[in-house]
Design a protein around this ligand. Structure first.
Ligand code: ATR
Length: 287
């Protein structure tokens, strides 16, 4: 790591738990690669300590902060400004501190969009099947609706999918179809779909033999994205590749959300490959 001086700028991440976060290794690798006098630290902050932590950010002049579970929504009331996307989503994962003025941003969903675009895929006019209607799905569904895609959202608890569809309809005047996650609806939703996105935790360690989508429904015309990055190649992605589909793994989205936050704090283009390699190494995926 670069040596820390009196001028070193401090960034960090707050969350509970925090030990498994990939952000410190990604950002410190990026600062080092670009020779920037910054350091990135993990802060374990419990729910009841959130106001104190945000006051601390101002008091200690921490210039950039990531926010993770369980603080992404609660932190909003403690900030001075919100950029429009964070406001629409009601979730903040990145804070920029400009002389004590704290602005909340959301780079999670733009990170997903960037992961698609970096592979030459533009969601405009595409039919997209989204599995899941939780926090991750909300960001992804909003950004895809904003980018001009038409969406079908399937969720185990259908009321959550319907609620999300209503929120999207309010902002984008186009209501996604919301259905229960069943084999029949998976087949129906996939019919004519260009892109499939899994935002559920199905297939994550230790349940690596699970998949949200039967393999026989997959086809070579699809782009299949999984937000799960542990394992890097989920059963869904393996079966998608075997079916001839293009795939995008969850680590790409994770690294892009970090890269976009890095650019807000430093004003410099993020070294994406270096950040990805640092995450791959920390996750133990290096060959
Ligand atoms: P996140 O912020 O990661 O999206 P979340 O808000 O808890 O986390 O949402 C998890 C998503 O995974 C939900 O869509 C959840 O479905 P429910 O709303 O019905 O709970 C989905 N999910 C989790 N485990 C699942 C399983 N075994 N089968 C199907 N869906 C599952």
């Amino acid at each position: 790591m670069n040596s820390i001086t009196g001028k070193t700028k401090i960034c960090g991440i707050i969350g509970d738990p925090i030990e498994h976060s990939m952000s410190p290794v990604m950002h410190n690798a990026a600062f080092q690669a670009l020779g920037l006098d910054y350091v990135y630290l993990p802060f374990h902050v419990r729910r009841e300590e959130l106001p104190g932590a945000i006051a601390g950010i101002r008091a200690l002049n921490v210039v950039g902060l990531n926010v993770t579970i369980p603080h992404k929504e609660a932190v909003i009331l403690l900030l001075d400004k919100l950029e429009p996307l964070a406001e629409k989503m009601g979730a903040v994962n990145t804070i920029v501190n400009e002389g004590g003025l704290l602005t909340g941003h959301n780079t999670d969903a733009p990170g997903f969009l960037q992961a698609l675009r970096s592979k030459g895929i533009d969601p405009e006019g595409k039919s997209i099947l989204i599995l899941g209607a939780g926090g991750a799905s909300k960001g992804i569904s909003f950004i895809l609706a904003e980018a001009g895609a038409s969406l079908v959202i399937l969720n185990r608890t259908v009321t959550r999918a319907e609620e999300l569809a209503s929120q999207i309809a309010q902002y984008y005047h186009r209501r996604p179809e919301a259905l229960t996650l069943s084999e029949e609806n998976l087949a129906r939703g996939l019919d004519g779909a260009d892109i499939l996105v899994n935002t559920t935790s199905v297939g994550m360690v230790p349940y690596v033999n699970q998949t949200p989508m039967p393999a026989n429904l997959l086809n070579p015309n699809l782009v299949v994205c999984d937000i799960v990055y542990n394992p890097l190649e989920t059963r869904l992605l393996k079966e998608a590749k075997a079916a001839g589909a293009r795939t995008i793994d969850g680590l790409n989205m994770l690294v892009w959300q970090g890269a976009l936050a890095f650019e807000k704090w430093t004003g410099q283009k993020a070294p994406f490959e270096i950040m990805k390699q640092a995450a791959v190494k920390a996750l133990g995926y290096e060959k």
